[in-house]
Design a protein around this ligand. Structure first.
Ligand code: BEZ
Length: 210
């Protein structure tokens, strides 16, 4: 069964490069990014893991824990991580799940047999502090993901949760945001005392709340 937006992220216990992890206990009240890569000791994956590790302070700022996965073993991950540090100039600083039995990969539908029946696709799940799945994306093996985009989505989700705003096309941190349609103009006056720019009754732009 596919894991969909709004679902409770399925819990699991798994071996990782940081020891045994129970997913819900490990993430506790944080946000989490759970992502899979197709295979250890491969070029695109090497760049993705190095870059994601470089973003640690950005994830920390947003109260986000990161955990990776492939169907290789923890021993394989540990050996490969030396190459990642050497070639990307950054040690991997988050746990990597070893899933040779494919238990987690199956639980999260990370193997798409018509693409490849032995490797996980490039899945990303963003999970909120209540363990709800808030984003899913799937990329093919040959395309490295944009982890700055993952941070951008987390910023958007956190703004939505806190301030009842949505973010427009290509929004980036600091740009104007949109008052969600569920907020009436009367309620918006209290929430956004500085006012807003009403392009249409359903399109109300406001400065990004702090
Ligand atoms: C890579 O990470 O480079 C890769 C992995 C599996 C298939 C194709 C590319």
């Amino acid at each position: 069964m596919a894991v969909r937006l709004g679902d409770i992220a399925p819990d699991f216990e798994a071996d990782t490069t940081d020891g045994k992890v129970n997913f819900h206990d490990w993430k506790k009240d944080s946000w989490a990014v759970l992502f899979s890569h197709p295979k250890d000791v491969t070029p695109v994956c090497t760049t993705e893991l190095g870059y994601t590790a470089k973003l640690k302070s950005e994830f920390d700022k947003r109260n986000v824990k990161v955990i990776g996965l492939s169907v290789d073993s923890v021993e394989s991950h540990v050996k490969w991580e030396k190459d990642i540090e050497e070639t990307q100039g950054q040690a991997v600083n988050f746990p990597m799940i070893g899933d040779p039995e494919r238990s987690v990969a199956t639980l999260y539908d990370m193997i798409h047999p018509n693409a490849n029946d032995t490797m996980t696709v490039r899945s990303v799940f963003i999970v909120d502090p209540n363990n709800k799945v808030r984003l899913t994306i799937t990329y093919p093996a040959s395309t490295g993901r944009n982890f700055d985009e993952i941070l951008r989505v987390i910023d958007s989700l956190q703004l939505t949760d806190k301030h009842k705003v949505a973010t427009p096309v290509n929004w980036k941190h600091g740009d104007d945001v949109i008052i969600v349609p569920a907020v009436s103009n009367d309620d918006a006056k209290a929430l956004f005392p500085g006012g807003w720019d009403e392009k249409k009754p359903y399109l109300r732009l406001v400065k990004q709340p702090k």
